[in-house]
Write a protein that binds this ligand. Structure first.
Ligand code: DSN
Length: 421
């Protein structure tokens, strides 16, 4: 094999080995079933199907129409949604499309700030800025890690935004969607809920149901708690379906990723069958991990509120070095997590935030339950407090050996294998 190609293949193999024998705890990642992985490398990955089901600009799309039609109908069923678009190629793309569908340039929106956990695409310097929107931040209670609903309602009535955005990257507790609805109606605002992080929990009915609570649109990545392929989905009320579809194509996507749509269709079937059990276990694992870490002396935030209602657990590790240093130390022990800005951090030092964000969704997907969380809490504590990286790494590798299959799907064996000829 040509050396340059071999080097790439070897790097991919090494990547697989890392994830096979580590604790994958980035809160925005997951692993797909074998069927989905196979579909991602199918011929669909290099075809065009601009347009919508039955109305394409290219020939050769009959089977693609079947696949996309099924993905839409499974998503409608799983989320009880009036309208679904499966074409956005990423969560940011889905948010940009929602902003283009529901606002005009220079209008005002309310969203969560990044230091309070908001996603960058809700900020002026990202997707909201691309639409030239003026962004006011949700009033936030940092101690409770939640939006202050009373202040938010007063703010909606006072500043009369065109759009109210909910959802976050640091996302421990539900957002006040139903509380916003009446004031939003009074001022003529729409509500977009960015469910990127919690889509799998919503699918499994273990988190708030934004569409039922009054959101007009729900966007979401399909590869975080929702254990599907990289990409995104938009679900919305039927009265704005046309605006959303038009903002996706031709607005912000030319060709969508057809292999993603096929993988998503299968992931939706998996979640219809197993979503409730998976989501329940994910949240219960997060609660267990948080309380074990707390008992071991770590500063897990929001103890008064039971730490978390989602897949995330957040630690303030400022006593043990910055979040950046601790994330690197965890990586030395094969525990993969990320540093995170916390509300009380100085944003000017954002390369050295005090937080570590942990997610339990992938550990759950590979079959771990509460007893494994107890062991993992101990391993994490030994890195963060005792700085015992070398010994913990050996133990993590050995611990991981028996968790190699994806659960909550029909075809999950050897989920981390990569066989290249
Ligand atoms: N970067 C993702 C996260 O980790 O939250 C969101 O896009």
């Amino acid at each position: 094999m040509k050396q340059e190609i071999e080097e790439i293949i070897n790097a991919v193999k090494a990547h697989h080995d890392l994830f096979k024998y580590s604790l994958p705890m980035i809160a925005s990642e997951n692993i797909t079933s074998g069927t989905v992985r196979t579909l991602l490398s199918s011929d669909l990955s290099h075809r065009y199907a601009e347009g919508t089901v039955g109305h394409r600009y290219y020939q050769g799309c009959d089977h693609i129409d079947v696949i996309e039609g099924k993905a839409i109908s499974y998503a409608k069923k799983l989320f009880d949604a009036e309208h679904v678009n499966v074409q956005p190629i990423s969560g940011v793309n889905a948010n940009i499309a929602a902003f283009f569908a529901l606002t005009e340039p220079y209008e005002l929106i309310i969203a969560l700030s990044v230091p309070h956990g908001g996603h960058i695409s809700h900020a002026r310097y990202s997707a909201a800025g691309i639409r030239k929107l003026h962004v006011e931040n949700h009033p936030f209670n940092s101690k409770e890690m939640s939006i202050d609903a009373d202040k938010m309602v007063r703010m909606i009535r006072k500043i009369e935004p065109k759009l109210i955005v909910f959802g976050a990257s640091l996302f421990l507790f539900p957002h006040p969607v139903s509380e916003a609805r009446e004031a939003a109606d009074e001022v003529g605002a729409k509500i977009v809920y960015d469910a990127a992080h919690v889509l799998g929990l919503i699918a499994g009915k273990q988190f708030q149901d934004p569409l039922k609570e009054g959101a007009d649109v729900m966007t979401g990545s399909t590869h975080k708690t929702f254990p599907g392929p990289q990409g995104a989905i938009i679900l919305c009320k039927s009265d704005i379906a046309h605006k959303i579809d038009h903002a996706v194509f031709p607005g912000t996507v030319s060709n969508h990723h057809l292999h993603h749509v096929a993988g998503l269709a299968v992931s939706l079937v998996e979640m219809i069958e197993f979503g409730k059990d998976y989501a329940k276990q994910t949240v219960s694992n997060a609660k267990e991990l948080a309380s074990m870490l707390y008992e071991l002396g770590l500063n897990v935030i929001c103890e008064e509120k039971g730490f978390t209602e989602s897949h995330q657990v957040v630690l303030d590790v400022s006593e043990h070095g910055s979040g950046s240093n601790v994330a690197k130390e965890l990586e030395q022990a094969n525990i993969i997590a990320n540093k995170n800005l916390l509300p009380w951090d100085d944003v000017d030092y954002s390369d050295y935030p005090s937080g570590i964000r942990l997610g339990t969704q992938e550990l759950t997907r590979i079959g771990m339950r509460k007893s494994e969380m107890v062991e993992i809490a101990d391993l994490i504590k030994r890195v963060i407090v005792d700085k015992d990286m070398d010994r913990v790494k050996t133990e993590v590798i050995s611990f991981r050996k028996e968790y190699q299959d994806a659960h909550y799907c029909f075809d999950g064996t050897k989920a981390y294998e990569f066989n290249y000829r």
